[in-house]
Design a protein around this ligand. Sequence first.
Ligand code: SF4
Ligand code: SF4
Length: 309
Amino acid sequence: MTVADALRDRARALGFLACGVTDLEPNRHGAALDRWLANGYGGTMRYLHRQAAKRKRPAGIVPGAIRAVVVLENYYEPAPPAPAGPVVRIARYARGRDYHLELIDRLEELAAFLRARGATITRCYADGGPVPERELASRAGLGWIGKNAMLIRPQSGSFVLIGSILTDLALPVDQPLETDHCGTCTRCLDACPTGAIVEPRVVDATRCISYLTIELKSAVPDALVPRLDGWAFGCDVCNDVCPWNERFAEPTGRAAYHDRAAIRTDDPSFFDRMTEAEFEARFGDTPLERPGLARMRRNVANAFRSLGQ
Ligand code: SF4
Ligand code: SF4
């Protein structure tokens, strides 16, 4: 068995949906990243400006690394039945355990596999650091970047998380997936509640509900609150409407992503009654930890306002 086959087997055994390898040649979308930043679409995420040079030239991220091993993780969970009446919505990936925690230990196990085969550099990233993960994933043959700017795997859709390991092990690289399978479809652009997908593959984060509910520390602009469409954390709309997900998304087998039903989504005061200590105990290991209690209160209030409550 080749090292590449053994790597894929190991990734599968660790529960990953798919695994591919690519080099660290300059990002094919570097100029598009520059335009995106220059247009101010990154909003307050200043770290993206600081990371831009490395995102455009991933060989500069970890000196000595020459390959990226990229894995996909399926987090798809069918939507639970909603209670009657107005309810706020939480993005699928945030209804269970924090995916960073869920991914990183298994990425480290895959890194140990690489070291056992001679790698001396193995740096793991789970949606962190200056790694252009979607670009690397598509170059590793794992999917194409759809008009919703998500990585879409032809066999399973876009409810996937991306993890990567930068390494000096000279693994054979996979063929990139060059075909754009979106064709003439525009469902995600048409369905986005805030019009954040300003052109195919270009999302103005300052209008995107994910940014507004997770990254933005200040108040959500008044003009956008009515368009939140009930979302209190993240937004699944441009994934939900994608025909590739309708046809191919399969429920994840990983219990960590199962809906804990931990939030009373029909209760506008759910977070208002909670202390910081209680929030930490109940949500400290979930993605809701990122905005924290104060912003979850803001988010739930805004989400109910958007529902006319
Ligand atoms: S996550 Fe929601 S708000 Fe953001 S681009 Fe997709 S549909 Fe639009
Ligand atoms: S909804 Fe249509 S246009 Fe958007 S990503 Fe999916 S296939 Fe592409």
